[in-house]
Structures are given as structure tokens and as C-alpha cells.
Design a protein around this ligand. Structure first.
Ligand code: PEP
Ligand code: MN
Length: 377
């Protein structure tokens, strides 16, 4: 059971106390308060855990200052959406990840040279972009393949990020010790930028790693759906992160593994965007690069990666994670799916246009007249 308090009240502390007192009447029931920040408002919630089946909602509904009481049946209670007024998302280092707009997180799949990082970030800055992806720790299928430069590249990645005005660098971690390395490198560089910790598809059910990224609150987490797990399992995995104390999670779809997606690398699962938005309060990201796996163009001259990104954005995704490389022929990881820097402005225009169409569709509540016009023609 979740008790949601009215936001923006001066007496929130007293209301929480009253709720806790009333809950104490029920044996075995524990209370856990959480603050959830939506657009403009911070909602305080008190979660009742334990044997709540016999607890009536009315005893809490009667308390002045309680907005609503919700019985929750989902097992992902913290990341789940329990009432319509909840806005998805959070703000990090001056960037809002949420329902209000579209954030493009474009960059290198894997950092290879300082020069490529420099060229990439310079191109992003020209487009007015402040978020990027820079893989340092790469989980590779084959042990003899390039494993990423690891901490060695962090000093120049962060230095250049600061120089080019990047507010957040998305970076996969495969082990908790890498978070210490990131913290150290950021401190050494004078904290010029922020970091989003990426949980890759291969670690989507590495529960110990999920707990570790959940136990720290400094960095938000971009969680990628496991390539072969159900949506329900993926949402439970996010709950592992949130239940350890970190609610700032972006849920990323990146395609699922099945040969039915051939010749694309994965089968695009972006039809799940509205579903995740309905079931949770997590901002939803799509990764068209790892879904499609190539830069082939359709007959309309638009690359499949653009088309897939558009499918996610038109369905309501609020961020796009996408691979670019200044010289993809020499990229050490996922070069075949990397768009070129010359394609960046067009990609940004394309997804922004799709986002505008999405927003127009959301606010289009006028009765349909187009069909009448056709009938009358
Ligand atoms: C990546 O984004 O670099 C990556 C490895 O993606 P995924 O975990 O989706 O395969
Ligand atoms: Mn990759």
C-alpha cells in the first residue's frame, strides 16, 4: 500500500509522523518514506510493507494532507506508476530526463583515441548538445576482442567533456569498482561533467551489480533491457536499483535477441515504449544503433537507424542513445552501426521533427475532421 501526500505543504513532517503512527497499529507492517520528484512538485510517499491485506485504506485517507492511498499489486512498487498525475523523470546536472522533451545521447560506442573523443564532442557542441555516450568498459562477447580502454581514458574523456560543455556522459559499468575509478577520475579532473552509469543488456539481471549502482545516489542509471528477458523481468531488475535507494533510472529498450530480426542485429522492441510509460514512472530511452546494427539506408535514403529511432520517439521515448564515430572504419567496437559526424545534424533534425509530431498528437484532442473532409471531397 502506498500513501501519497499532498505536495508542497509546510506540515509534511507532521503528516508523515501521523501516517507512521496509524500504520504502527497494524502488526508486522513497516513504513518506508520516499520522495519522488516530478515536474515542479516533489511527492512524498509512504510505502507500507508487510501484511497489508487487512489494513483498510480509510484510516489513512482520513488524515488531512493525504492525497490518495493506492493498493499496489505490482512487484516493482518503486518504479511503478501508481497514479496518473505522476510525471516521469528526474533532473541531473542541469539536464531533465523525462516526459517534457527529448534528449539525444550520441557518441562513441567505445572510446578509442583522444582525437576521436575530441572530434565527437566538438560535433555535439556545434549542435548544442550537452549529453553524450563514451564507453570505457566494454563487455565483449569474445575475450580476445577490444575490452575498452577502461580508466586509462577517463582523464581525457572528462577533461574534453568539460571543455565542450557536456553535462552528462553515459558510460557502461560492469563492476562496482569501476564506479570508484569514475569518481576518482572526476575528482582529479575537477568535476567538469556528470556521468550516467549504463547497465548493459548482458548485465540486466546481474543483481549484485544492480544493487551496487542502486546504493550510490551520485549518478543516475541508464538500464538496458536484457536481450532475452521479459518486460516484467526488466522492470523487476530496475526495482533492484530503486529499492537500494537510487530512483534516478532511465529505462532503455535496445532490441531483443531472436533471428526473426535478421538481417537487423536485434528485433526492435520499441512498441513497448508506451507500455513502459504506462506501467512505470521511468523516462524511456531507445537505442536504435544496437537494435539495427548497421547503417544501411532504406530506399527513401533514410538510414534504418533513423527509422528505428523515429519509431521509438513517435511512441513517446524521451531519450535516444545512438552510436556515432568520426572514422567508423577504424572503430574498435561496433563500427558497422556507427553513424558519421556528417550525419549528426540530419539525425538531430529528424528525431526533433518526430518528437514535435508526437507532442502535437498528444495535444490533439480536437474531434477528427480529416475523415469528414475526405468523405466530402
Ligand atoms: C552499448 O551501449 O555499448 C552496449 C554494449 O549496448 P548493449 O548492452 O545494449 O548491447
Ligand atoms: Mn556497442
Amino acid at each position: 500500500m502506498i500513501i501519497v501526500l499532498q505536495p508542497d505543504r509546510d506540515d509534511l513532517k507532521a503528516i508523515v509522523q501521523r501516517v507512521v503512527q496509524v500504520a504502527a497499529r497494524f502488526e508486522g507492517v513497516e513504513t518506508r518514506p520516499y520522495a519522488h520528484t516530478g515536474t515542479g512538485h516533489t511527492f512524498t510517499e509512504i510505502h507500507l510493507v508487510g501484511p497489508t491485506r487487512g489494513v483498510p485504506t480509510t484510516v489513512f485517507e482520513e488524515i488531512p494532507g493525504v492525497l490518495r492511498v493506492v493498493r499496489v499489486s505490482t512487484r516493482y512498487r518503486l518504479v511503478g506508476r501508481h497514479h496518473e498525475t505522476e510525471a516521469a523523470g528526474f533532473e541531473y546536472n542541469g539536464v531533465r530526463f523525462g516526459d517534457e522533451g527529448l534528449t539525444v545521447i550520441a557518441g562513441l560506442c567505445a572510446v578509442d583515441t583522444r582525437e576521436h573523443v575530441d572530434l565527437m564532442m566538438s560535433a555535439l557542441q556545434k549542435e548544442g548538445m550537452v549529453t553524450t555516450r563514451m564507453g570505457a568498459y566494454k563487455p565483449r562477447t569474445n575475450p580476445y576482442e577490444f575490452q575498452g580502454l577502461g580508466r586509462e581514458c577517463l582523464p581525457y574523456v572528462f577533461e574534453l567533456a568539460g571543455q565542450y560543455g557536456m553535462r552528462a556522459v553515459a558510460m557502461e559499468v560492469t563492476d562496482g569498482r569501476q564506479i570508484d575509478e569514475i569518481n576518482q577520475a572526476l575528482a582529479d579532473a575537477g568535476d567538469p561533467t556528470g556521468v550516467i552509469l549504463q547497465i548493459g543488456t548482458r548485465n540486466a539481471q546481474n543483481f549484485e551489480l544492480l544493487k551496487v549502482v542502486g546504493q550510490q545516489e551520485r549518478f543516475p542509471v541508464l538500464f538496458k533491457r536484457g536481450m532475452g528477458i521479459t518486460l516484467e523481468e526488466a522492470l523487476n531488475a530496475c526495482e533492484y536499483i530503486a529499492s537500494e535507494g537510487n530512483p534516478c533510472i532511465i529505462f532503455c529498450l535496445r532490441g531483443v535477441k531472436t533471428h526473426l530480426g535478421d538481417p537487423h542485429r536485434n528485433l526492435v522492441d520499441f512498441a513497448h515504449v508506451p507500455l513502459v510509460r504506462r506501467k512505470t514512472r521511468l523516462p524511456v530511452c531507445v537505442d536504435p544503433s544496437h537494435s539495427v546494427g548497421s547503417v544501411d539506408e532504406a530506399v527513401d535514403g533514410i538510414p534504418d537507424v533513423f527509422h528505428a529511432a523515429g519509431q521509438g520517439v513517435i511512441a513517446g521515448a524521451s531519450s535516444v542513445l545512438v552510436d556515432f564515430h568520426p572514422h567508423r572504419e577504424v572503430a574498435l567496437c561496433d563500427g558497422p552501426q556507427a553513424l558519421t559526424l556528417e550525419q549528426l545534424p540530419r539525425f538531430v533534425r529528424y528525431v526533433r521533427r518526430v518528437r514535435e509530431t508526437f507532442e502535437e498528437s498528444v495535444s490533439d484532442t480536437a474531434p477528427a475532421t480529416a475523415a469528414d473532409a475526405i468523405d466530402g471531397a
